[in-house]
Design a protein around this ligand. Structure first.
Ligand code: PGD
Length: 760
């Protein structure tokens, strides 16, 4: 590694940083074969733009006290002294815990936060709340909630989304990759916790050079790199399950499926095959049946099914394909198709969930331990599905179902958030505003004036990673990075740890929370604990902390084995059964059938989402993850800003759809759905299927500019358009990927974007 500059890391890559007179200069890690353009967003974090420079309170809360408040998100903010504010928040904690107990506090605090094993905001907040008797937390993720719930029921673990067959195996052995949702380079640039080498694009390129063929199933052509020469199946968004079931039907009627594999390695194949024949609804799931649903000609579906049994085939389902209403179905149908092909457990064959959804999936088996900040056990153990936060705030005490359980939403009065941006990541943001207004107190730690910070009562000014030391490490990476402090904290910003220590001391839990260590002592302690404990036991000889700091990084030894998912199960399913009730891959699950959910029955089926295009909202929206930033992070950074069109989030649309509306490339447009409206900058593109528009998440929600333009968001946060409903009663997952919308010209002068200004 280069010996100049300060070693550092981020979710989009390791780098070296040099402080400059007006900020910071960032250089990619020299071993990274394909550094991410997102590194160019980092420099802005070292400037005061959009930074929370002092702790702030909302005037209404400060003067009138806690309680549901319609002014939340519109009120004035006052800068206050740290000690005064910490006293008030500690007092509020004492009130809520004393009067209502820990079930009244939400510290689920979902979000990607930043790289670094110690200063990881959620870990900090969880440890803090565990010291105080616990708090309600969230379970699962916005990324792959469907897989987290469904895969254990179908294949006994989350292996397909955490560590499927290694990329190296695909590179060497796969003849045909069928990529539902694609393998988008933009998503493979990021990996939670940090990444040193970006390898996905290179591995795909080398598989192609060897002769592997690629089929892209997506409404967006650039979900797979053009150099891979893919056959593009431009499906109707949300119709993947129909395509997959029709492919299964072809193998069934051709008699070309692997009956021996189904017999030996699966359970419930009779029910599943019968359902393809129409046992459930009298409808044969033929390619002709799927044609109008998917927009793909029956002949092409038939050909694809036949190609899939000709050689070694890998079926990949991106996490985004399941981030939809009834998102369980395409994932389960892909498992069923892979089972019928009969290559699960063979090198380069079978299926995976989330290849390229981040750069980590498929990268390495990730079996080594990492330095870990202890959080203590959660004394409360009350969880809500992560994407049901607005439901919980709006419907305290009401029942809901999830994964076979009947639960009740707790009454959440105090919401404490660090390291996440729900006003970016959640759906139907006007509903989320109503939900936030129903709480009694909202506390947010943020380095930036995001819309979440602006909807809080208390905003603790947080440091960025550049302002602190840490140890960078991630499950999918092979390095530990000695993240150095690049510059002093801007303004009065404090580490989350320092803020929580201040609160813990005031609430009588200071000793337990801090164990008497400063942040710097903790970072060294975590590293040394790891080095002399779990690392040594795993046979890793790591240098002492001082040497690690001097070297800037430590490289873990190569993983001991090449990973092929379910290889031992395939070798001997009785000795290595899956952790499902049958020990086999469940193509029909008696457990799920027993839940009696019509929105997720006992085997993969086709379910049409309730919201379909109509006269008022005739276009299908794909609200995917952005190419120019990670989620909403550093939206004011150089790469993100360079991607804007007319200063708004780009909206891509097919030329015929644009012409039908009299719209031209580059113009400001209005997108409307049943939930809200926003501005966007139009890009006319033949990479988008006709009848579809695509707008990425992550432009900060700007209701002020919105009011000036007569829309909900004047900048382009797509989540004002999406629907806040769970995938099904099984997973209750985020369904933000799709909605139906209309697009029209914006008349008048577009308002100035205000969301990066300091608040009033
Ligand atoms: P980020 O923008 O990463 O989004 O949602 P998530 O909330 O993770 O937010 C992280 C926040 O943490 C930022 O505001 C950042 O400033 C702050 N932060 C970073 N470091 C620190 C720190 O050290 N301390 C503190 N206090 N704060 C810090 C992402 C979520 O969005 C995800 S994972 C997915 S996959 C979803 N995808 C979609 C989708 O496909 N479609 C739609 N419509 N919506 C989605 N939302 C989901």
């Amino acid at each position: 590694m280069s010996t100049t500059g300060i070693p550092h890391s981020s979710h989009w890559g390791a780098f070296r940083a040099d402080p400059t007179a007006d900020g910071v200069r960032v250089r990619a890690h020299p071993d990274d074969p394909a550094p991410s353009a997102l590194l160019r967003n980092v420099a802005v974090a070292a400037t005061p733009t959009a930074r929370v420079l002092r702790p702030h309170v909302r005037r209404g809360w400060w003067e009138d006290g806690p309680g549901p408040d319609e002014r939340r998100g519109r009120d004035e903010f006052l800068p206050v002294e740290w000690d005064e504010l910490l006293d008030r928040v500690a007092g509020e904690y004492a009130r809520v815990l004393g009067e209502h107990g820990p079930r009244a506090v939400y510290a689920g605090s979902y979000g990607w936060a930043s790289a670094g094993r110690f200063h990881h905001s959620q870990s900090q907040l969880h440890r803090f709340s565990h010291c105080l008797g616990g708090a309600v937390r969230s379970t699962w993720t916005y990324s792959h909630n469907v897989g987290e719930v469904l895969m254990p029921r179908v294949v006994g673990s989350q292996e397909p989304l955490i560590s499927p067959t290694a990329w190296t195996s695909v590179e060497a052995a796969t003849d045909l990759v069928i990529a539902l949702g694609g393998l988008p380079a933009k998503n493979s640039e990021v990996a939670s916790g940090g990444i040193t080498r970006h390898e996905v694009a290179g591995r795909l390129r080398s598989a192609r050079a060897r002769g592997a063929e690629f089929v892209l199933v997506s409404p967006l052509r650039d979900d797979l790199a053009a150099e891979l020469d893919a056959d593009w199946f431009a499906v109707v968004p949300g119709s993947d399950a129909a395509l997959l079931l029709a492919m299964c039907h072809v193998l069934l009627t051709d008699g070309s499926f692997d009956a021996g594999f189904l017999e030996r390695f699966t359970a419930g194949s009779e029910e599943f095959l019968a359902s393809l024949r129409g046992a459930d609804d009298g409808v044969e799931k033929t390619p002709e049946w799927a044609e109008p649903l998917t927009g793909i000609a029956a002949g092409r579906i038939r050909d694809l099914a036949r190609r899939a049994v000709r050689g070694r085939t890998m079926i990949t389902v991106s996490w985004s394909v399941a981030r939809t209403r009834f998102g369980e179905q395409p994932l389960w149908a892909a498992v069923a198709l892979a089972a019928m092909i009969g290559q699960i457990g063979l090198p380069g064959g079978g299926f995976g969930h989330g290849y390229a959804s981040t750069g980590g999936v498929g990268k390495r088996a990730g079996t080594y331990p990492l330095p870990t900040f202890p959080q203590f056990a959660d004394p409360l153990r009350v969880r809500i599905p992560v994407a049901r936060i607005a439901d919980a705030l709006l419907h305290p005490g009401e029942p809901y179902e999830v994964d076979g359980r009947h639960e009740t939403y707790p009454h959440l009065r105090l919401v404490h958030w660090a390291g996440g941006n729900p006003f970016h990541h959640h759906q139907d943001l006007q509903r989320l505003q109503r939900a936030f207004r129903a709480a009694e107190t909202i506390v947010v730690h943020e380095p930036f004036w995001t819309s979440t910070a602006r909807h809080a009562d208390v905003v603790f000014a947080a440091t960025t990673t550049l302002e602190r030391e840490d140890v960078g490490a991630a499950r999918y990476d092979d390095r530990l990075i000695a993240m150095g402090r690049v510059h002093e904290p801007l303004g009065e910003a404090r580490d989350d740890y320092e803020v929580l220590s201040g609160l813990a001391h005031r609430l009588g839990a200071g000793e337990r929370f801090t164990e008497g260590r400063t942040a710097g002592e903790w970072v060294e302690h975590l590293y040394e604990e790891w080095r002399t404990g779990p690392a040594a036991r795993a046979g890793i000889t790591a240098p002492p902390h001082a040497e690690f700091l001097a070297a800037g990084e430590f490289r873990l030894p190569p993983e001991p084995r090449e990973k092929v998912m379910f290889a031992s199960f395939r070798a001997d399913p009785d000795r290595f059964p899956l952790r499902t009730p049958s020990g086999r891959i469940e193509l029909h699950s008696e457990t799920i059938a027993g839940f009696g959910y019509d929105d997720c029955p006992g085997h993969p089926v086709w379910l049409a989402p309730e919201e379909q295009p109509d006269e008022e909202f005739p276009l299908r929206l794909v609200a995917n993850n952005p190419a120019t930033r990670l989620h909403s992070q550093l939206d004011h950074g150089a790469t993100s800003q360079a991607g804007k069109v007319a200063g708004r989030e780009p909206v891509r649309m097919h030329a015929r759809d644009a012409a039908a509306r009299g719209l031209a490339d580059g113009q400001v447009v209005v997108l409307r759905s049943r939930r809200g409206s926003c501005l966007g900058g139009l890009v006319v593109s033949d990479a988008v299927r006709e009848g579809v528009v695509q707008m990425s998440t992550g432009s900060w929600f700007d209701p002020v500019a919105g009011a000036a333009a007569g829309v909900t968001c004047g900048y382009g946060n797509v989540n004002v358009l999406t629907r806040d409903v769970g995938s099904s009663r099984l997973s209750q997952a985020c369904t933000g990927q799709h909605a139906t919308v209309q697009v029209s010209a914006f008349e008048g002068v577009p308002p100035r974007v205000t969301i990066f200004d300091q608040p009033a």
